[in-house]
Design a protein around this ligand. Structure first.
Ligand SMILES: [Zn+2]
Length: 322
């Protein structure tokens, strides 16, 4: 890791772009190319985080920390310098590749009737919804050829996890949803594990930028839950991709005053509801109003809507939530 390659890395990842990709928003300008905003590194309530986009440097008047994009990645992901550099390198390389893969999968979706039929049966029926979520389909056996033909190396595909060590497409017969820095794949086949992510973080809360400003937010477990709620007109919905929130997701939920409605699955063994109670406690400890939505037994938001539920019914569940 020499000086030159570090400078190169920093040039390729402007601090402002990296911050915004992690949901940071400038609150007010402070002269040309200089911005103040809430500090993503500590629980900040008034903007104390200064970003100088010309120099690619930050400084926080609240927690007293500052530096370049590598320093930011160290503090934000709580890792040491070499790990932060590796992380940024991967982020720089994987981003365009994942976008290209997602685009390819979107084209495949309408060529495979089994995929469209599966979505239909899970309540995903409108073109607008599919476009909003960027939903695609991985038939398997053709992504590698497409991406290498576009000039991506097999090595890069392996590192991103799109291709296995043996050189096969990693996602086979999976509905694919693009996430921030990852792709989620839901298997159509019962013989394969239902949920898969590429290696690396599952990222932040789904579509957080679009719900961040709502005073009331609905949090669900899965993307199919998200889809039916969005379709039913609840555009203040977000998704944690599982009942366990990572530190980044928890920080997002607590980045301002709001009420969070937790609508996890009401599965038979009670694990979804237990996770919801646990999360609502930890949100309350951080000063966030949390309400747990009780769905009818054995239901999740997706099955509720697929089996004839409507927005009025879900609205009354929200109103009953404690
Ligand atoms: Zn700070």
């Amino acid at each position: 890791m020499n000086r030159q390659s570090l400078d190169e890395l920093k040039q390729q990842i402007p601090l402002m772009g990296y911050l915004q990709a992690h949901d940071w928003q400038p609150a007010r300008p402070l002269g040309p190319g200089r911005w103040m905003g809430l500090c993503p590194l500590h629980g900040d309530h008034q903007p104390s985080f200064l970003v100088d986009a010309n120099k690619d440097l930050f400084y926080c008047y609240g927690c007293g920390r500052g530096g370049d994009v590598i320093r930011f990645a160290e503090l934000y992901h709580q890792v040491k310098f070499p790990r932060a550099v590796a992380w940024l390198r991967q982020w720089r390389g994987a981003e365009p590749l994942l976008q290209e893969a997602a685009r390819f999968y979107r084209i495949q979706l309408h060529r495979h009737s089994e995929a469209v039929a599966y979505l239909y049966q899970r309540g995903i029926r409108s073109q607008a919804l599919m476009e909003h979520m960027g939903i695609g389909y991985a038939p398997g056996g053709c992504l590698r050829g497409w991406l290498t033909q576009l000039g991506h190396s097999l090595q890069a595909l392996r590192e991103a996890g799109l291709v296995t060590r043996m050189g096969y497409d990693a996602y086979v017969q999976r509905i694919v949803f693009p996430l921030e820095g990852n792709l989620y794949g839901r298997s159509l086949s019962l013989a394969a594990p239902p949920h898969r992510f590429l290696p690396g973080s599952k990222g932040g809360l789904y579509a957080w930028k679009q719900v961040q400003s709502h005073p009331e937010v609905i949090l669900v477990e899965g993307l199919f839950d998200y889809a039916v709620l969005w379709e039913a007109g609840f555009h203040n919905v977000t998704c944690s991709l599982g009942t366990h929130l990572n530190a980044h997701q928890l920080r997002q939920l607590c980045d301002g005053p709001r009420t969070v409605y937790i609508a996890f699955d009401a599965d038979g063994n009670g694990s979804g509801q237990q996770a919801a109670q646990c999360l609502s406690r930890s949100l309350r400890e951080r000063g966030i109003t949390a309400r747990v939505v009780s769905l009818p037994e054995e239901h999740d938001p997706n099955s509720l809507f697929v089996q004839g539920g409507d927005s009025r019914q879900f609205q009354s569940l929200l109103e009953e939530a404690q």
